[in-house]
Design a protein around this ligand. Sequence first.
Ligand SMILES: *[C@@H]1O[C@H](CO)[C@@H](O)[C@H](O)[C@H]1NC(C)=O
Ligand SMILES: *[C@@H]1O[C@H](CO)[C@@H](O)[C@H](O)[C@H]1NC(C)=O
Ligand SMILES: *[C@@H]1O[C@H](CO)[C@@H](O)[C@H](O)[C@H]1NC(C)=O
Length: 177
Amino acid sequence: MRIVQILCRLFSILLLIKGEIVHHYYWRDYMGYLPYDGVSFEGVYVAQIPGHGMLPASFYPETKEAVSEVFGKKLVSKIYIKILCDPNIENFYWENTTTDDLSFDKSDNLVVGGIEADIPLYVGRIFHEGIWKISKVISPDSRFRGYRGWNNSTGTQHHSDNFEVLKYKRKAISPRC
Ligand SMILES: *[C@@H]1O[C@H](CO)[C@@H](O)[C@H](O)[C@H]1NC(C)=O
Ligand SMILES: *[C@@H]1O[C@H](CO)[C@@H](O)[C@H](O)[C@H]1NC(C)=O
Ligand SMILES: *[C@@H]1O[C@H](CO)[C@@H](O)[C@H](O)[C@H]1NC(C)=O
């Protein structure tokens, strides 16, 4: 028994050194009420809605609507909404960045918010038109790189090269010893 525990500890230390990371977050279907472990910031929930793939979005509890951007337009959905969940909101943090500075290395631990065509989408936000808008951040592999949100008054796409990106705190995988 002791030997097993010692080996397990050694294994955890090894993983720690290797920098293996585990994400504990998950997405829950929005069924008309907000999940107790839903992740929100300043009253806006991190959501996901279907578009041309699965898109990171803002969920606004006041209107019960999720909003994102697709094909250059604002996309509003009242159905098929998923909410980002995690029992510990402390696992997340926002970081100021720019389109050129943002690194998409695995070790940078960006929260993956969806996928469009075959391009992964990350989660970004800006304070725009008096509200926080959580929307997609597209990798540099795409010519649409950077933050893509919407302009509320015109319903068109709003692009920004300065934004905050959602990251997950580094966490080593700890096997149950
Ligand atoms: C990003 O920068 C803005 C402007 O300086 C600041 O108000 C905001 O708190 C910063 N956000 C983070 C997550 O540091
Ligand atoms: C919204 O779009 C219109 C038309 O493109 C533009 O004139 C306006 O400045 C935009 N508003 C914001 C807050 O970006
Ligand atoms: C955004 O636009 C919608 C529809 O035009 C409107 O109902 C809502 O009040 C607007 N919200 C903000 C924050 O401007």
